[in-house]
Ligand binder design. Sequence first.
Ligand SMILES: [Zn+2]
Ligand SMILES: [Zn+2]
Length: 134
Amino acid sequence: MLTGACGCGAIRFEVTRPFLSASYCHCTRCRRRTGAAASANARAEPGTVQVVAGEEHLGVWAPEGGFEKLFCGLCGSALFSRPPGATDLTGVRLGALDGEPGIRPQWRQFVAYAAPWEPIPDDGLPRYDERPPA
Ligand SMILES: [Zn+2]
Ligand SMILES: [Zn+2]
């Protein structure tokens, strides 16, 4: 069981099963919503992410043609994502977790849109200009 929270602590959540995968996303939306060069995200099995406190504070950004991005409406922390129209939270921002996530980012995606001000780390991870191949 993993636990996590937003920066102000109003929203807390649990993940009840090991993550399926994890990756860094360099897309423009991730860059803007985090203010960082890339976002580290894990993918969870549907139904395994439970918000246990502060659900009423969850804000949603649903960009045209993209995954919904959920954040704390009080402190702005990026927390989750999910496909358009889905109810289960399946994307978890690794930085929101309290402890060891049990997984490491396995690839870098959307590197064609990487921030010009920070070199992509030479960490040996596969890099994909857009989405990784299915
Ligand atoms: Zn918060
Ligand atoms: Zn992204």
